[in-house]
Ligand binder design. Structure first.
Ligand code: ATP
Ligand code: MG
Length: 449
């Protein structure tokens, strides 16, 4: 990295900015004061300062200090040290974690050549950075200018070493330093650029945006678990639609979800985009209403079209729908795992949401009532509603279920009685949505029959 200019910061006094202690989480304030009492310096930094200056509610509060991680650890009972690449202290309060990072230094070789240095790969990716320094150096090692503003609890001032305030006012996401080099150092910054632009409604500065299109391949170097976390941050931040559009624009989406990208690129493929964008819009709406969102549902939507495509191929080879689904799901999950992790606690319910799409097609007999008690019923029904937006067959089925759910118990029982004419003792034919089954047309709920 180029030598960081050590400069005097622009100091924004208490009367000139809008941050007050009342807007900072009491836990973060506690951490800042505890550090100060112990003789250390403590500043709020990152998203907390950025969002407060924008009048937004910060997602979390990050603290930067000159105390070493071990010193932070000793100060707080509720503290854990995490991270090898980048050692941090997490101070845990009930549900809130305050992240405390020690100021990073310039990270060249230490003077005697023996101390810690920043470990890099041949491509320049930083493997570990535990070289400590002063606040000025720390500012230059952060990613974007708007993320490098410090709120100093000592004097209630905001400190700007890198022009972050001007960019905040102009609505610009700008990498600090040479963009290509900063992406090489940590390719996750490619995704972070897009995430902040989408979330804040900012433009990406042209020099910061220029390498985005061509550097997506660097993400292959990133451990899949970190990419999984990043995917959740990208799509569960309340601006999933804008994030998705920007990721596609910069050819980054395909680096995370290559199979989905292939489907999106097929001609006349309006449907996958519709299902996916509706799922993302739903996610945004739910978050806006403070409702919980489910990563399994998100991944079920993200990987739905690749699943359908594989199923079609397998069915064309003669497999039945259930077999095709199982094999296709295995294949799609295996392929996705080469790009992002997908922990089993999410992939299992995702599969169930998919499997339930088949089970939901049975609309007579005891099964519909039984399905209502399935732990994944609600998610599967919501997923069916999404499919219904773009697919007539799914619409007819979704309408049936919506009607069914609106009935009382007696009504539900009646709605699932075998079709008239079926006599006791005779084997019952299950009513299915589709008439596509081979042989004579069954009684079906397809709109055309
Ligand atoms: P969010 O609202 O998502 O929490 P944030 O800006 O606070 O946004 P964090 O991931 O919480 O982002 O990181 C806190 C701060 O640490 C960032 O604002 C930035 O200054 C610094 N940072 C985080 N990740 C990186 C990175 N990959 N490279 C350089 N600096 C980083
Ligand atoms: Mg943060």
């Amino acid at each position: 990295m180029e030598v960081s200019p050590i400069s005097q910061p622009t100091v924004i006094s208490r009367s000139e900015h809008t941050i007050s202690r009342a807007n900072i989480s009491p836990n973060a304030v506690k951490v800042l004061y505890r550090l100060r009492e112990a003789g250390f310096r403590g500043c709020l930094v990152g998203g907390g300062v950025r969002d407060l200056l924008l009048g937004r509610e910060p997602k979390d509060f990050d603290v930067a200090t000159d105390a070493r991680p071990e010193q932070v650890y000793k100060l707080f009972r509720n503290c854990r040290l995490i991270g090898r690449r980048f050692r941090l202290a997490h101070v845990q309060f009930d549900r809130e974690i305050v992240e405390v990072a020690t100021f990073r230094g310039r990270g060249g070789e230490s003077e005697d050549g023996e101390g810690p240095s920043v470990e890099r790969t041949v491509s320049g990716r930083i493997l570990s950075d535990n070289v400590y320094g002063g606040i000025e150096e720390d500012a230059w090692r952060r990613d974007f200018t708007v993320n490098a503003l410090y709120y100093d609890i000592d004097r209630f001032v905001v400190l700007d070493y890198v022009g972050g305030l001007a960019d905040l006012k102009a609505g610009l996401i700008r990498l600090i330093g040479d963009p290509a080099q900063r992406y090489q150092e940590d390719p996750v910054r490619l995704l972070r650029a897009v995430r902040f632009a989408a979330k804040l409604g900012f433009q990406i500065d042209p020099a910061t945006a220029a390498p985005l299109h061509r550097l997506g391949h660097l993400l292959e170097q990133i451990p899949s678990a970190r990419l999984f976390d990043e995917v959740l941050k990208l799509f569960l931040n309340g601006s999933a639609i804008q994030t998705f559009e920007l990721l596609r624009h910069y050819r980054l989406f395909g680096c995370l979800f290559p199979a989905t990208e292939r489907c999106l690129n097929h001609q006349q493929a309006h449907y996958p985009k519709t299902l996916l964008t509706r799922a993302l819009a739903n996610t945004d709406n739910r978050l806006a209403e403070d409702k919980p969102v489910n990563p399994a549902f998100l991944f079920a939507a993200l990987l739905w079209e690749p699943l359908r495509e594989r199923m079609r191929e397998l069915q064309a080879k003669g497999l039945d729908e259930t077999e095709a689904l199982q094999i296709a799901a295995d294949g799609v999950i295996q392929e996705q795992l080469r790009h992002t992790a997908l922990p089993r606690r999410h992939s299992l319910p995702m599969r169930e949401i998919w499997e339930m799409q088949q089970r939901l097609t049975v609309v007579s007999g005891k099964r519909p009532l039984r399905l209502l008690g399935h732990p994944r019923f609600r998610a599967a029904y919501d997923f069916l509603l999404l499919r219904a937006e773009a697919d007539d067959e799914a619409r007819a089925l979704a309408d049936w279920w919506t009607g069914f759910l609106a009935l009382d118990d007696a009504g539900r029982l009646q709605a699932t009685q075998p079709a008239t004419g079926a006599k006791k003792g005779k084997p019952r034919r299950r009513r299915k949505l589709r008439s596509a089954r081979k042989g004579a047309p069954d009684r079906t709920l397809h709109p055309e029959t």
